[in-house]
Each structure stands twice: as C-alpha cells, then as structure tokens.
Design a protein around this ligand. Structure first.
Ligand code: CMP
Length: 233
C-alpha cells in the first residue's frame, strides 16, 4: 500500500502542515525526501491503540478518525482529522505505545514520516520543534475545552459545538447554508460527543425542527449559524 511519490496537491497540503510550514523551500524539499505516501481504503485501520509506533502522519486527502476503546468495547472518538492535519506525534516525543487507534473514515492518502528521520530536524532546526510544540499546545487547549464541556455543558450544547468545529474544518458554503460532510455515522457522531446515540439524535432532531440545520446522510447543512453558536456557549 505504501509508495514513495508526490503530486502537486501533495506539496500544497504538506506546505501548510505544522512540520513543513516552519521550513524554507530548501528545508521543506529536503524533509520531503523522507516522506512515504500511504493510501488506505475507507474502514481500514492504520494503527491500533497500544501498538508500538515509529511514524507520524499528515493527512493529504480524506478523513481519519482517532479513537479509543473502553474494556467493555465502547468507543470514544478523540478527533476527526482532515487534510493538513497531523497525528502520530505523541509516540515521537514520548516513546511509548500509541495513545489511540487511527482508522480511515473515508478513502485516505497520508504522508508518513519516520520518527528517526524526524529527530535530527527537531534538534537541528528549532523552528520545526517550535511548530510541532505549537501544534501540541493547540491540541492540549482543545482537549481541555472538551473536558470542560463534558463536565459543564449539556449534550445539545456539545452537539452544537462539535458541529461548529466540524464546519470550521470541513464546511462548504452552499445557497442554503454551510454543508458539513462529516462522513460520520450517527453512532460515530455520538462517540465524538461522548453521549448515547439516542440523546445525540434527539438533540439533532430538535435543532432540525427549529430550522437551525438540516440532516443529510453523513452530513448536516447548518442554516442558522448564530443560533447554533449561541446554543454551544
Ligand atoms: P500517537 O499516540 O503516536 O498515536 C495516536 C495519535 O492520536 C497521537 O499520537 C496523537 O497524534 C493523536 N491524539 C491523541 N490524543 C488526541 C486528542 N485528544 N486529540 C487529537 N488527537 C489526539
């Protein structure tokens, strides 16, 4: 499944990823030589929680879900990542097993970089380390927000927040609103919100009934951003 390769769009996406955006043209080209392209069909697991990991990845096309499983089999989605977003770096900074499983939510193309190939860049080019630290800090901020919401915000508020976050990253303007093709099943959306499917569906149906959004297959169209935003506060 893996091959060395590159297309124009690969370069475009990579140049915006935290690792590469820190570098000048020459540096980015040099780091690019260590990149391996990986393609996965929808539903395939790239790696599993608790496995040993030696690569980080940047999403080039498609979406990846990061998930953790409880001993009783229930799942929690930590995040859904799209083009330009990075994952698999925790086991670089802290060489221990993978903290989550990475599964293709759609057909995906990824750029993989071996931790060993990357380490000399972290020590030799401080700007690369700083960009990666910033990406980690952003993730910690987001995780703190999610944690606070789990404690302080009700399920409809959390659903509204997740939809707005997905819209920021995957939304497309259409005539009747922002179309968010999240590619998640109802069960996966519930796992992302951290609530039961029934409660999440009830919240979605209520938003739809109020005319704030329309529900489509693995997508929503947000028609009243302001009211949804106010509900997420
Ligand atoms: P790693 O532990 O190597 O493999 C799983 C990856 O999931 C991890 O690196 C991070 O890149 C990513 N990850 C872990 N926790 C979170 C989180 N809370 N939000 C987003 N991504 C995460």
């Amino acid at each position: 499944m893996a091959s060395k390769g590159g297309t124009v769009s690969t370069e475009e996406v990579l140049s915006k990823a935290p690792l590469f955006s820190a570098l000048d043209r020459e540096g980015a080209a040099a780091l690019r030589t260590s990149v391996t392209i990986v393609e996965l069909p929808k539903g395939r697991t790239l790696f599993s929680e608790n496995e040993t990991g030696d690569r980080l990845y940047v999403v080039l096309e498609g979406k990846i879900k990061l998930s953790r499983a409880a001993p009783d089999g229930r799942e929690n989605l930590l995040s859904v990542l799209g083009p330009g977003e990075m994952f698999g770096e925790l086991s670089l900074f802290d060489p221990r097993p993978r903290t989550a499983s990475a599964i293709a939510l759609t057909d995906v193309r990824l750029a993989g970089l071996g931790h060993d190939d990357l380490r000399p860049w972290l020590t030799g080019r401080p700007e690369v380390a700083l960009h990666l630290l910033r990406a980690l800090a952003q993730r910690l901020r987001r995780t703190n927000d999610v944690l606070a919401d789990l404690v302080f915000t009700d399920v409809p508020g959390r659903v509204a927040k997740q939809l707005l976050d997905l819209a920021d990253r995957f939304g497309q303007k259409t005539d009747d609103g922002i179309r968010v093709h999240h590619d998640l099943t109802q069960e996966e959306l519930a796992q992302l919100v951290g609530a039961s499917r029934e409660t999440v569906n009830k919240a979605l149906a209520d938003f739809a009934q109020r005319g704030w959004l329309r529900i489509e297959a693995k997508a929503v169209v947000i028609m009243d951003w302001e009211r949804l935003y106010n509900r997420s506060r």
